[in-house]
Design a protein around this ligand. Structure first.
Ligand SMILES: Nc1ncnc2c1ncn2[C@@H]1O[C@H](COP(=O)(O)OP(=O)(O)OP(=O)(O)O)[C@@H](O)[C@H]1O
Ligand SMILES: [Mg+2]
Length: 264
């Protein structure tokens, strides 16, 4: 396991001059974009709607291909290697499978043997504190619980890179805060590199070691900010003056990029 304090930094994600256009003639969605993310970083991505945040994650996961440039995820081209997991805004659970079977779906696709599958499923359910709901069906769960199952499904693959696209965006604020705290607690035990897209400045600053503020048309990194708040972070962090100062600063930067986006 890589920990930021002891390990030599290694590059988890590298983009070099990556651009994306959906039509040959159109303005690119992403400008030639270069970015390095070191292993163990927790990077939050903020930016106006339509600036290309989801597109960036899709390029990294291999769900979309870049028009120009080079991308490496944990040393591989996107879509190769089993080291990346993707968590979407909707839990995207299969309604006819119970929680345990939902958590195992990606492992089945990857032909992980049954006993190893069971071990990883149980470990992931314990991480998201849903061991006692393994037999429940998605419709029997709350929105927050469904999202925890979705997270467990990703964590069961034991990813080195975790991409999260507004994973808590559909949840109420209290549930969202609690899941953020749980996500950081899990990170203490299963160390991945995270790219976390959100529209909430407070959530970005709370979670991340680094915040990227993207600007639109074409999508580009307008600000690349270190969040120097020590981990572990918990409920008290939200009242820490240093945290509140950072939230105000990041909000101002986001407002400068897009006046509509900085309501949070
Ligand atoms: N398959 C596609 N074909 C054409 N245009 C697309 C396609 N996918 C995305 N776009 C365009 O690319 C731009 C960036 O979209 P993207 O979904 O990455 O934005 P976003 O930053 O994630 O926005 P939001 O915050 O609303 O989720 C948008 O203008 C969108 O219309
Ligand atoms: Mg999006």
């Amino acid at each position: 396991m890589v920990t930021a304090a002891t390990a030599t930094p290694t590059t988890a994600i590298r983009l070099e001059n990556v651009s994306k256009s959906f039509f040959a003639s159109a303005t690119p969605i992403l400008a030639p974009l270069s970015l390095n993310v070191e292993a163990g970083e927790f990077v939050a991505i903020l930016g106006p709607s339509g600036c290309g945040k989801s597109t960036l994650l899709r390029l990294l996961s291999g769900l979309a291909t870049s028009s120009t440039g080079e991308i490496a995820v944990d040393g591989h081209p996107p879509g190769q290697g089993d080291d990346l997991a993707y968590v979407f805004q909707d839990a995207t659970l299969l309604p006819w499978l119970n929680v345990a079977a939902n958590v195992e779906t990606l492992l089945r696709l990857r032909h992980v043997p049954a006993d190893e599958r069971a071990r990883r499923r149980d470990a992931a359910l314990a991480l998201v504190r849903l061991s006692d709901r393994a037999g429940a069906y998605p419709r029997q769960l709350s929105g927050g619980q469904r999202m925890r199952v979705s997270l467990a499904r990703a964590l069961a693959t034991e990813p080195r890179v975790l991409l999260l696209d507004e994973p808590f965006g559909a949840l109420d604020e209290m549930t969202r805060d609690r899941l953020g705290e749980e996500l950081l607690a899990i990170r203490e035990r299963q160390r991945w590199t995270a790219l976390f897209v959100t529209h909430s400045v407070a959530e970005a600053v709370f979670l991340a070691s680094r915040v990227l503020v993207l600007a639109a048309r074409p999508g580009r990194v307008a600000h690349d900010l270190r969040i120097d708040l020590p981990y572990p972070r918990n409920h008290d962090t939200r009242r820490d003056p240093a945290y509140l100062r950072l939230v105000a600063e990041v909000s101002a930067r986001l407002r400068a990029v897009d006046p509509e986006a900085a309501a949070a």
